[in-house]
Ligand binder design. Structure first.
Ligand SMILES: O=C(O)[C@H](O)[C@@H](O)[C@H](O)[C@H](O)COP(=O)(O)O
Length: 250
Protein backbone atom coordinates (compact mmCIF):
# COMPACT_ATOMS: atom_id res chain seq x y z
CA UNK A 1 0.00 0.00 0.00
CA UNK A 2 1.28 3.44 -0.84
CA UNK A 3 1.57 6.34 1.60
CA UNK A 4 -0.80 9.15 0.66
CA UNK A 5 0.27 12.38 -1.00
CA UNK A 6 -1.84 15.52 -0.61
CA UNK A 7 -2.63 18.14 -3.25
CA UNK A 8 -4.58 21.22 -2.25
CA UNK A 9 -6.42 23.38 -4.77
CA UNK A 10 -8.04 26.76 -4.23
CA UNK A 11 -11.67 25.66 -4.47
CA UNK A 12 -13.89 22.83 -5.68
CA UNK A 13 -14.02 24.05 -9.29
CA UNK A 14 -10.26 24.07 -9.63
CA UNK A 15 -10.03 20.75 -7.81
CA UNK A 16 -12.47 19.20 -10.29
CA UNK A 17 -10.62 20.60 -13.32
CA UNK A 18 -7.22 19.51 -12.01
CA UNK A 19 -8.49 16.01 -11.21
CA UNK A 20 -10.08 15.76 -14.66
CA UNK A 21 -6.78 16.76 -16.31
CA UNK A 22 -4.94 14.22 -14.18
CA UNK A 23 -7.45 11.56 -15.18
CA UNK A 24 -6.92 12.24 -18.89
CA UNK A 25 -3.17 11.84 -18.46
CA UNK A 26 -3.39 8.74 -16.32
CA UNK A 27 -5.86 6.99 -18.66
CA UNK A 28 -3.90 7.93 -21.80
CA UNK A 29 -0.68 6.66 -20.20
CA UNK A 30 -2.32 3.38 -19.22
CA UNK A 31 -3.75 2.92 -22.70
CA UNK A 32 -0.33 3.58 -24.23
CA UNK A 33 1.27 1.05 -21.89
CA UNK A 34 -1.36 -1.69 -21.81
CA UNK A 35 -3.81 -0.98 -24.61
CA UNK A 36 -6.73 -0.44 -22.27
CA UNK A 37 -7.47 1.42 -19.06
CA UNK A 38 -9.95 1.06 -16.23
CA UNK A 39 -11.39 3.63 -13.88
CA UNK A 40 -13.70 3.30 -10.89
CA UNK A 41 -16.17 6.13 -10.40
CA UNK A 42 -17.68 7.57 -7.25
CA UNK A 43 -20.94 9.32 -6.61
CA UNK A 44 -21.16 12.54 -4.67
CA UNK A 45 -20.78 16.18 -5.51
CA UNK A 46 -17.03 16.31 -6.12
CA UNK A 47 -16.85 13.01 -7.98
CA UNK A 48 -19.61 14.15 -10.32
CA UNK A 49 -17.96 17.57 -10.74
CA UNK A 50 -14.78 15.82 -11.89
CA UNK A 51 -16.76 13.95 -14.55
CA UNK A 52 -18.44 17.16 -15.72
CA UNK A 53 -15.05 18.90 -15.89
CA UNK A 54 -13.73 15.99 -17.92
CA UNK A 55 -16.65 16.24 -20.35
CA UNK A 56 -15.87 19.94 -20.80
CA UNK A 57 -12.09 19.52 -21.13
CA UNK A 58 -10.56 20.03 -24.56
CA UNK A 59 -8.01 17.31 -23.75
CA UNK A 60 -10.72 14.71 -23.21
CA UNK A 61 -10.15 13.30 -26.68
CA UNK A 62 -6.64 12.27 -25.66
CA UNK A 63 -8.54 9.34 -24.09
CA UNK A 64 -9.52 6.47 -26.36
CA UNK A 65 -13.00 6.15 -24.90
CA UNK A 66 -13.64 2.88 -26.74
CA UNK A 67 -10.82 1.21 -24.78
CA UNK A 68 -11.86 2.30 -21.31
CA UNK A 69 -13.57 0.12 -18.73
CA UNK A 70 -15.76 2.03 -16.31
CA UNK A 71 -16.70 0.55 -12.92
CA UNK A 72 -18.29 1.95 -9.77
CA UNK A 73 -17.08 1.86 -6.18
CA UNK A 74 -20.59 1.87 -4.81
CA UNK A 75 -24.17 2.32 -5.84
CA UNK A 76 -27.49 3.14 -4.31
CA UNK A 77 -29.73 0.09 -4.81
CA UNK A 78 -32.51 1.85 -6.67
CA UNK A 79 -34.29 1.25 -10.00
CA UNK A 80 -32.43 1.89 -13.24
CA UNK A 81 -32.49 5.58 -14.17
CA UNK A 82 -33.38 6.68 -10.63
CA UNK A 83 -31.85 10.12 -10.01
CA UNK A 84 -30.39 8.83 -6.74
CA UNK A 85 -28.22 6.27 -8.53
CA UNK A 86 -24.55 7.19 -8.92
CA UNK A 87 -24.75 5.71 -12.40
CA UNK A 88 -27.45 8.20 -13.41
CA UNK A 89 -25.30 11.14 -12.34
CA UNK A 90 -22.20 9.79 -14.09
CA UNK A 91 -24.07 9.24 -17.34
CA UNK A 92 -25.49 12.76 -17.30
CA UNK A 93 -22.15 14.37 -16.39
CA UNK A 94 -19.87 12.41 -18.73
CA UNK A 95 -20.78 9.02 -20.13
CA UNK A 96 -23.62 10.27 -22.34
CA UNK A 97 -21.21 12.74 -23.95
CA UNK A 98 -18.24 10.56 -24.90
CA UNK A 99 -17.99 7.52 -27.21
CA UNK A 100 -17.59 4.87 -24.51
CA UNK A 101 -18.23 1.26 -25.46
CA UNK A 102 -21.54 0.44 -23.72
CA UNK A 103 -20.28 -3.09 -23.09
CA UNK A 104 -17.41 -1.63 -21.08
CA UNK A 105 -19.58 0.53 -18.84
CA UNK A 106 -20.08 -1.78 -15.87
CA UNK A 107 -22.86 -0.22 -13.84
CA UNK A 108 -23.75 -1.94 -10.60
CA UNK A 109 -27.10 -3.75 -10.83
CA UNK A 110 -30.27 -1.82 -10.12
CA UNK A 111 -33.17 -2.94 -7.93
CA UNK A 112 -35.22 -3.64 -11.07
CA UNK A 113 -32.38 -5.60 -12.68
CA UNK A 114 -32.01 -9.35 -13.31
CA UNK A 115 -31.91 -10.16 -9.59
CA UNK A 116 -34.86 -7.97 -8.74
CA UNK A 117 -34.91 -6.48 -5.29
CA UNK A 118 -32.15 -8.77 -3.96
CA UNK A 119 -29.03 -6.75 -3.18
CA UNK A 120 -27.04 -9.81 -2.09
CA UNK A 121 -27.57 -11.46 -5.49
CA UNK A 122 -26.80 -8.15 -7.20
CA UNK A 123 -23.52 -7.86 -5.28
CA UNK A 124 -22.60 -11.40 -6.32
CA UNK A 125 -23.41 -10.56 -9.92
CA UNK A 126 -21.10 -7.57 -9.81
CA UNK A 127 -18.36 -9.66 -8.18
CA UNK A 128 -18.67 -12.14 -11.06
CA UNK A 129 -18.29 -9.33 -13.61
CA UNK A 130 -15.18 -8.08 -11.82
CA UNK A 131 -13.75 -11.59 -11.64
CA UNK A 132 -14.32 -12.06 -15.38
CA UNK A 133 -12.34 -8.88 -16.07
CA UNK A 134 -9.53 -9.70 -13.62
CA UNK A 135 -6.25 -11.43 -14.35
CA UNK A 136 -6.68 -15.23 -14.12
CA UNK A 137 -7.37 -16.23 -10.53
CA UNK A 138 -7.78 -12.66 -9.31
CA UNK A 139 -11.00 -11.34 -7.79
CA UNK A 140 -10.92 -7.85 -9.37
CA UNK A 141 -8.96 -6.01 -12.07
CA UNK A 142 -5.96 -3.85 -11.17
CA UNK A 143 -7.93 -0.65 -11.76
CA UNK A 144 -5.79 2.19 -13.07
CA UNK A 145 -7.59 4.88 -11.09
CA UNK A 146 -10.20 4.46 -8.38
CA UNK A 147 -11.86 7.67 -7.21
CA UNK A 148 -13.61 8.03 -3.87
CA UNK A 149 -15.65 10.83 -2.39
CA UNK A 150 -15.63 11.03 1.38
CA UNK A 151 -18.47 11.82 3.73
CA UNK A 152 -18.33 14.09 6.79
CA UNK A 153 -18.56 10.82 8.77
CA UNK A 154 -15.40 9.62 6.95
CA UNK A 155 -17.16 6.97 4.86
CA UNK A 156 -15.84 6.05 1.43
CA UNK A 157 -17.80 4.12 -1.21
CA UNK A 158 -20.63 2.69 0.94
CA UNK A 159 -18.26 1.63 3.70
CA UNK A 160 -19.74 3.47 6.67
CA UNK A 161 -18.25 3.58 10.18
CA UNK A 162 -19.21 0.60 12.28
CA UNK A 163 -21.03 -1.42 9.59
CA UNK A 164 -20.08 -5.07 8.91
CA UNK A 165 -19.05 -4.32 5.31
CA UNK A 166 -15.81 -2.86 6.71
CA UNK A 167 -14.61 -6.30 7.70
CA UNK A 168 -16.00 -8.24 4.76
CA UNK A 169 -13.39 -9.93 2.60
CA UNK A 170 -15.70 -10.60 -0.34
CA UNK A 171 -15.00 -8.21 -3.21
CA UNK A 172 -18.51 -6.73 -3.34
CA UNK A 173 -21.20 -6.64 -0.66
CA UNK A 174 -24.74 -5.51 -0.11
CA UNK A 175 -24.99 -2.78 2.52
CA UNK A 176 -28.10 -2.47 4.66
CA UNK A 177 -29.09 0.30 7.04
CA UNK A 178 -26.73 2.88 5.59
CA UNK A 179 -26.84 5.97 7.81
CA UNK A 180 -26.91 8.08 4.64
CA UNK A 181 -30.02 7.47 2.54
CA UNK A 182 -30.93 5.44 0.65
CA UNK A 183 -30.41 2.64 3.19
CA UNK A 184 -29.69 -0.20 0.76
CA UNK A 185 -26.54 -0.06 -1.32
CA UNK A 186 -23.90 -2.15 -3.04
CA UNK A 187 -20.24 -1.47 -2.37
CA UNK A 188 -16.77 -2.65 -3.16
CA UNK A 189 -14.94 -3.67 0.02
CA UNK A 190 -11.46 -2.66 1.16
CA UNK A 191 -9.60 -5.51 -0.58
CA UNK A 192 -11.15 -4.39 -3.89
CA UNK A 193 -10.42 -0.70 -3.33
CA UNK A 194 -6.83 -1.53 -2.49
CA UNK A 195 -6.39 -3.57 -5.68
CA UNK A 196 -6.30 -0.28 -7.61
CA UNK A 197 -2.99 1.03 -8.83
CA UNK A 198 -4.04 4.55 -7.85
CA UNK A 199 -6.64 5.59 -5.29
CA UNK A 200 -7.73 9.22 -5.34
CA UNK A 201 -9.72 10.58 -2.41
CA UNK A 202 -11.64 13.69 -3.49
CA UNK A 203 -12.89 16.14 -0.89
CA UNK A 204 -14.10 19.72 -0.93
CA UNK A 205 -15.59 21.91 1.77
CA UNK A 206 -15.06 22.47 5.47
CA UNK A 207 -17.52 19.72 6.44
CA UNK A 208 -14.91 17.20 5.23
CA UNK A 209 -11.95 18.65 7.13
CA UNK A 210 -12.19 16.23 10.08
CA UNK A 211 -12.63 13.21 7.84
CA UNK A 212 -9.62 14.24 5.76
CA UNK A 213 -7.50 14.77 8.87
CA UNK A 214 -8.44 11.31 10.18
CA UNK A 215 -7.88 9.76 6.77
CA UNK A 216 -4.29 10.95 6.75
CA UNK A 217 -3.40 10.58 10.43
CA UNK A 218 -1.22 7.65 11.46
CA UNK A 219 -3.02 5.14 13.63
CA UNK A 220 -6.61 6.04 12.72
CA UNK A 221 -9.01 3.16 13.33
CA UNK A 222 -10.43 2.26 9.92
CA UNK A 223 -13.64 1.02 11.59
CA UNK A 224 -14.23 4.58 12.83
CA UNK A 225 -12.92 6.46 9.79
CA UNK A 226 -13.06 4.20 6.73
CA UNK A 227 -11.27 6.79 4.57
CA UNK A 228 -8.10 5.88 6.46
CA UNK A 229 -8.22 2.49 4.72
CA UNK A 230 -8.39 3.94 1.21
CA UNK A 231 -4.96 3.26 -0.19
CA UNK A 232 -3.75 2.34 -3.68
CA UNK A 233 -1.06 -0.19 -4.53
CA UNK A 234 1.18 2.28 -6.31
CA UNK A 235 -0.20 5.66 -5.39
CA UNK A 236 -2.67 7.29 -3.02
CA UNK A 237 -3.68 10.90 -3.58
CA UNK A 238 -5.85 13.12 -1.42
CA UNK A 239 -7.09 15.78 -3.85
CA UNK A 240 -8.56 18.55 -1.73
CA UNK A 241 -9.74 22.10 -1.77
CA UNK A 242 -8.46 24.49 0.86
CA UNK A 243 -11.48 24.12 3.11
CA UNK A 244 -11.23 20.31 3.16
CA UNK A 245 -7.51 20.64 3.94
CA UNK A 246 -8.08 23.13 6.76
CA UNK A 247 -7.67 20.52 9.52
CA UNK A 248 -4.25 19.36 8.33
CA UNK A 249 -1.03 20.53 9.92
CA UNK A 250 0.50 23.43 7.96
O1 LIG B 1 -23.39 6.98 -2.50
C1 LIG B 1 -22.98 7.96 -1.94
O2 LIG B 1 -23.55 8.50 -1.00
C2 LIG B 1 -21.71 8.55 -2.44
O3 LIG B 1 -21.06 7.68 -3.29
C3 LIG B 1 -20.82 8.94 -1.28
O4 LIG B 1 -19.91 7.96 -0.94
C4 LIG B 1 -20.16 10.25 -1.61
O5 LIG B 1 -19.12 10.06 -2.51
C5 LIG B 1 -19.64 10.95 -0.40
O6 LIG B 1 -20.65 10.99 0.58
C6 LIG B 1 -19.18 12.37 -0.72
O7 LIG B 1 -20.25 13.06 -1.26
P1 LIG B 1 -20.14 14.60 -1.62
O8 LIG B 1 -18.96 14.76 -2.55
O9 LIG B 1 -21.45 14.93 -2.28
O10 LIG B 1 -19.96 15.30 -0.34
Amino acid sequence: MSAPAVLVHRDQDLLAEAAAARLVTRVADAQAARGTASVVLTGGGVGTAVLAALAAAGARDAVDWSRLDVWWGDERFRPSGDPERNETGARAALLDHVPVDPARVHAMPSSDGPDGDDPEAAAERYAAALRAAAAPGGPVPAFDVLMLGVGPDAHVASLFPGLPALRDERPVVAVHDSPKPPPTRISLTFPSLRAAREVWVLAAGGSKADAVRLGLAAGTDVAEAPVAGARGRERTLFLLDRAAASGLPA
